[in-house]
Design a protein around this ligand. Structure first.
Ligand SMILES: [Zn+2]
Ligand SMILES: [Zn+2]
Length: 334
């Protein structure tokens, strides 16, 4: 099979490797589409250390080609979305159901070989059988969508509430759609106005560019009161985290799901004075089925988000495209 192997920072080579065979409890997946995200970019650039050589790719979907012994949840021929994280299963966090918080989590495509390849072998429990009728490119959005579904659930969003979404990348554009599907009215806040027509098409009622300063006034305008009920932060920049805390009404909730790798300057006076609830939301636990349901019903549209497609041989170009402001989700089709 062909695979994109990272040997060192920025040394990514497409090579022919031996076809993997599924071990006990594993599924062998024929990859139909793989997506790039900021995490892949950080691995590729060396910002995030990895063990080399590594077959990259954690967002991928495909068909089960074979299964090892003891596998019951999927069978050859099934179309699957891959949950690219698996937990130890034995620690207190895992046993109480918080497997996304497990400190011994294994990330496919980061800690072990992933899906920027024609074939990938992974624990079968990472495979979620997909409903019929979803294309590989639609299914590809399941993983980031599961992140967003969890964030919206952590924010306990109710119909009729107002919400602000920080960031108009993949997660932000998905968050707007999930919030809309829950009956919330949504303000999209972004550093630039580049995606404002798209985000409006996807359901945002109002937009605000941070180039014009804080979105607090826009949040008051949309909500008709002191701020929005719930804020979902997807950008993960220090500025976005600080901004998120300024958009919620007194008594409001702020869900942080973008991963802020750098510290933020936060004035906590406002958090106390307005009794904000700040909630972290880490990837997903069991949100894959709901994510696939939202794609299947059309409540969430994936097509406008997949802006670029490359063959595996052109994975270098795929990484260049990922850096371009014109790209949202870059797909690699092995
Ligand atoms: Zn990702
Ligand atoms: Zn664990």
């Amino acid at each position: 099979m062909k695979a994109a192997v990272l040997y060192a920072p920025k040394d990514l080579r497409v090579e022919t490797a031996r076809d993997p065979a599924p071990g006990a409890g594993e599924a062998l997946v024929r990859v139909r589409a793989a997506g790039l995200c900021g995490t892949d970019f950080r691995l590729w650039s060396g910002d995030r250390p990895a063990r080399y050589p590594l077959i990259m790719g954690h967002e991928f979907v495909g068909e089960v080609a074979a299964v090892g012994s003891g596998v019951e949840n999927v069978k050859p021929g099934d179309s699957v979305a891959v949950e690219p994280n698996y937990s130890c299963g034995t620690c207190p966090l895992c046993r109480e159901g918080n497997r996304n918080l497990c400190l011994s989590r294994t990330a496919v495509g980061i800690d072990v070989d992933g899906g920027l390849a024609e074939l990938a072998h992974i624990p079968a429990r990472c495979c979620w059988a997909a409903p019929a009728g979803l294309s590989p490119e639609q299914l590809l959005l399941t993983e980031p969508l599961a992140v967003v579904v969890r964030a919206v659930n952590r924010g306990a969003v109710r119909a009729g509430e107002t919400a602000a979404v920080l960031g108009t990348g993949t997660l932000g554009l998905l968050a707007v759609q999930v919030l809309k599907s829950r009956g919330a009215r949504v303000l999209a806040v972004s550093r630039s106005d580049r995606r404002f027509s798209l985000v409006r098409e996807l359901g945002a009622e109002a937009v605000h560019s941070l180039a014009a300063g804080s979105g607090a006034e826009a949040a008051r305008r949309l909500s008709g009161r002191e701020g929005v009920d719930v804020v979902v932060e997807t950008a993960g920049t220090p500025e976005a985290v600080a901004e998120a805390l300024g958009l919620g009404r007194p008594g409001g909730r702020v869900v942080l799901t973008g991963l802020p790798h750098e510290p933020s300057q936060v004035h906590f006076f406002g958090v106390v004075r307005r009794e904000l609830t700040i909630v972290g939301s880490m990837i997903y636990q069991d949100e894959f089925p709901e994510a696939m349901r939202l794609l299947k019903t059309g409540a969430v549209k994936a097509e406008p988000l997949v802006t670029h497609r490359f063959r595996l041989d052109a994975v270098g170009e795929a990484f260049s495209a990922h850096q371009s402001p014109a790209s949202i989700k870059v797909a690699v089709i092995p």
